[in-house]
Design a protein around this ligand. Structure first.
Ligand code: ZN
Ligand code: ZN
Length: 286
């Protein structure tokens, strides 16, 4: 059994690792996007890209400072408490350590799927989640663009859910380290060979999957909810693909908001609508 001090050290190292990973993924994503962009045009000119990146990055800073700080501390304390009490599904299981970690990863990921579905189904949650979808020039930095109310709610709702599941602090950090590069990757504006995208998406969510989710057509937006593993969409029938992924019209009609202030105010400006075309060029697969 590791002492409390040793755990604190390990957790600090993991947080530092996550920051390094974030910087590495952003640099890597930016380079690949410059080399092999999926979509290009005037709106993808370097100056515009830089302004777009700074705005999205500032959204992440605001989220971290304003809400996630407090909410995350609450979550970590709650998980530490439940770990000490030995409550929750995983705490009571006799699984070998490796299976326990795998089960934790699957449980957190399926919860993320369910939470994402709720963000699309419930108008109150969509009001904030739409800020993520309003990006009409998606790139690697879109993976950081979430309204601070959404990140706070997403963190706080995890308290009861993760206590019930028996998720531990180290499980959560492990998940965050694994999911971060995948989230940045599937938002990136990188043109992958379609065969590679098809192979990868048997396991993880790829740009070929997630760009469909960012389409301005409602039937497409309400699909491909997975964050890390693509299996949940296949399992629950929300998996959707398009061959002409570079032609996807991104964003939400009526919400061309790119400045930081406008993104922060967007939830107060009424309910934006998506195009209601079910006759989209998407192909649905099970
Ligand atoms: Zn969404
Ligand atoms: Zn997204």
């Amino acid at each position: 059994m590791l002492a409390k001090k040793q755990w604190a050290c390990i957790l600090d190292s993991l947080v530092e690792l996550k920051t390094l990973l974030l910087v590495a993924c952003l640099l890597c994503g930016w380079s690949f996007e410059s080399w092999r962009p999926l979509q290009h045009g005037d709106e993808r000119a370097l100056k515009v890209r830089l302004r777009h990146a700074v705005n999205n990055f500032m959204m992440a800073v605001v989220s971290t400072l304003v809400s996630r700080g407090l909410a995350l501390v609450t979550l970590l304390y709650a998980l530490q408490w439940s770990q000490q009490q030995g409550v929750g599904l995983l705490a009571g299981s006799d699984l070998p350590v490796a299976f326990n970690w795998l089960a934790a990863l699957l449980l957190i990921d399926i919860w993320q799927y369910g939470w994402h579905v709720m963000n699309h189904r419930w108008p109150f949650l969509w009001r904030f989640h739409v800020v993520h979808h309003a990006d009409t020039t998606m790139d690697v930095t879109t993976g950081l663009r979430f309204h601070f109310v959404e990140t706070a709610l997403s963190t706080l709702i995890r308290v009861p859910v993760f206590i019930l599941l028996g998720v531990q602090v180290e499980h959560l950090l492990m998940y965050e380290l694994v999911v971060l590069p995948v989230v940045l990757f599937h938002h990136s504006n990188i043109r992958l060979p379609s065969s590679l995208d098809r192979v990868l998406r048997w396991v993880i969510v790829t740009p070929g999957m997630h760009w469909v989710h960012h389409s301005n057509i409602r039937a497409e937006t309400n699909s491909n909810y997975s964050s890390l593993l693509s299996v949940w969409d296949r399992l629950f029938g929300s998996y959707r693909t398009r061959d002409d992924i570079a032609e996807v019209q991104l964003g939400v009609i009526g919400t061309e908001y790119t400045s930081l202030w406008r993104m922060l105010w967007l939830p107060l400006l009424g309910q934006p609508k998506q195009a209601d075309a079910d006759d989209s060029p998407a192909e649905k697969s099970g």
